[in-house]
Ligand binder design. Structure first.
Ligand code: KG4
Ligand code: ZN
Length: 354
């Protein structure tokens, strides 16, 4: 089947056409328009500007993607759209566009939780798709680390998941971004902290590892961020050298990595997971990937370690199309979504576990 998906939950407008069945997955076309330059002068996403830009680019992106997919609208079996969570002003553009298309083209419209998209994104990797139905993959423990969320799930199959824990305050990506701001690094800050950390000493500062020793699977990154701020305040502005900044980045990144990996591995062992999946924007972080790899290698017994390809770590419509396939029971329940254009609304706080 062919699924056309739209994602506008934050600052990327993305449209994709995915051709998928139980054996094969092929991305026919994807176009993603980033708003980084638009928001950079403000040091963060401005909701009103984000919405305006989504409105400007969504129709051209749709046209371009359809053209590149080399199928006509008659060959589209379903539409999918991110319904939440995210910025309400941004979500609404995608949702209203998708509803209009569903009405005009008479197509089923599948609302997708953004986090389900991140959850399944590792399976967009070529060659991995049919393996998703093998018993050797499940159960899996899945860590989602993005700008708005840090969540740990137990997955019994691609469509059965259960929340183990989540952040009680800041998300991991948010902490990266806030530390970058304190250090006056260019926007967007997360990747910049990761880049600078490569030149720093990760043992230079003994930052806390919040909740690492707690028996639950929840996270907290707000205190760690504050610890970086207090350390920074001890130095007069002129003493903040490039090396000091790199050391702060490396020590902070080490603390986040220790907590994320420590909790994920503990969950994987407790639930006898055969696979660990790590996705979301922060899963692009090179040090996090490398440390996960080294740590899982040392574990007893083989464990699969899956990340999305770098191009699918951030927000994109390909993962939304794949999630729509999964939640519609491999396309078998499409009739359920025939009239969803009538009453679908964007939900800024749509949590996956509710
Ligand atoms: O998943 P995503 O694109 O959007 C949300 O759903 O939030 O995640 C964006 C987050 C941002 O906080 C960004 O700074 C962070 O992912 N990020 C990184 C890296 N690349 C993106 N954080 C650390 N290291 C990176 N290389
Ligand atoms: Zn995201």
């Amino acid at each position: 089947m062919n699924i056309l998906a739209i994602e506008t939950s934050c600052d990327e407008t993305s449209v994709a056409v995915l051709k998928i069945d139980r054996k094969n997955l092929a991305l026919r076309a994807i176009n993603t328009s980033s708003q980084i330059k638009l928001h950079a002068p403000y040091g963060g996403v401005v909701p009103e500007l984000a919405a305006r830009r989504h409105t400007e680019v969504i129709i051209p992106l749709l046209n371009q993607t359809l053209k590149q997919s080399q199928i006509n609208t008659g060959q589209i079996n379903a539409l999918a759209v991110t319904g939440g969570p995210g910025l309400i002003t941004a979500l609404q553009i995608g949702v209203e566009t998708a509803k209009t298309l569903a009405y005009a083209w008479r197509k089923p419209l599948i609302p997708v939780n953004h986090m389900t998209g991140h959850l399944v994104s590792p399976f967009l990797t070529p060659g991995l798709w049919p393996k998703v139905f093998y018993k050797a993959i499940w159960p899996a423990v899945a860590l989602i680390v993005s700008g708005g969320h840090t969540e740990l799930y137990l997955m019994k199959s691609l469509s059965q998941w259960q929340l183990l824990g989540h952040t009680l305050d800041d998300a991991a990506g948010e902490a990266f971004d806030k530390v970058a701001k304190m250090l006056k690094l260019p926007y967007p800050g997360g990747p910049e902290v990761g880049r600078l950390a490569e030149f720093g000493n990760s043992q230079a500062f003994a930052f806390p590892r919040p909740m690492l020793s707690h028996k639950n699977y929840d996270f907290s990154f707000s205190g760690l961020k504050t610890a970086v701020l207090y350390t920074l305040k001890k130095y007069p502005p002129l003493a903040i050298s490039h090396q000091l900044t790199a050391n702060l980045c490396a020590s902070f990144q080490q603390a986040v990595t220790d907590v994320l990996i420590g909790k994920t591995i503990r969950a994987a062992q407790a639930y006898k997971a055969k696979t660990i999946m790590v996705s979301g924007g922060v899963s692009a972080n090179r040090y996090l990937r490398e440390t996960f790899l080294q740590t899982t290698k040392k574990l007893q017994g083989p464990i699969n370690l899956l990340f999305p390809e770098l191009k699918y770590t951030g927000d994109n419509a390909a993962m939304i199309a794949l999630a729509a396939y999964v939640i519609s029971n491999n396309g078998k329940n499409l009739s359920k979504y025939k009239s969803s254009w009538k009453n679908l609304t964007a939900q800024a706080n749509w949590e996956l576990w509710n």
